[in-house]
Design a protein around this ligand. Structure first.
Ligand SMILES: Cc1cc2nc3c(=O)[nH]c(=O)nc-3n(C[C@H](O)[C@H](O)[C@H](O)COP(=O)(O)O)c2cc1C
Length: 123
């Protein structure tokens, strides 16, 4: 935390110094945060490289220990996802069997699908 906040104004550093250690005490919370951050930064990177004229592909089908060894990953870093970046040799396959937006977007509570006209106001 000291490293990531070193450029923050003193009042911000003070606020986080009180909050963060308690908030991230549990290893589950630490891991959840790592997974969230990887998802957000991975997607951002994919969009960024697309904008730069490249293609990308996320994958988890690798041996995490071997990859960690190859890239000398410190033991407190999790090899959660790999992202290949390059030029596609051929166009992506057509989408297959994915859900329509209306099916998986819930608003206000799970199962409330106003995008397809199902508004359950029985609660
Ligand atoms: C988080 C994540 C991990 C993935 N891991 C693999 C993988 O290990 N091996 C694989 O063949 N595809 C994997 N995929 C799927 C491919 O990245 C890709 O999405 C899939 O080949 C379909 O490509 P398309 O979306 O361009 O049609 C993964 C996808 C995601 C989102």
């Amino acid at each position: 935390m000291e490293r990531t906040l070193r450029k923050a104004p003193p009042e911000v550093r003070e606020m986080f110094a009180d909050m963060v250690p308690g908030f991230y005490q549990s290893e589950v919370m630490q891991r959840d945060e790592a997974v969230r951050s990887v998802g957000l930064s991975g997607m951002t990177l994919m969009l960024l490289v697309k904008d730069m004229g490249y293609d990308s592909c996320p994958l988890i089908g690798f041996d995490p220990q071997q990859v960690a060894d190859i890239v000398c990953l410190p033991p407190d870093h999790l090899p959660l996802m790999m992202l290949t970046i390059g030029k596609a040799l051929e166009p992506a396959r057509p989408r297959m069997g994915l859900l329509d937006l209306e099916e998986f977007v819930s608003i206000d509570r799970f199962g409330n699908h106003p995008l397809r006209g199902e508004i359950d106001d029985s609660y």
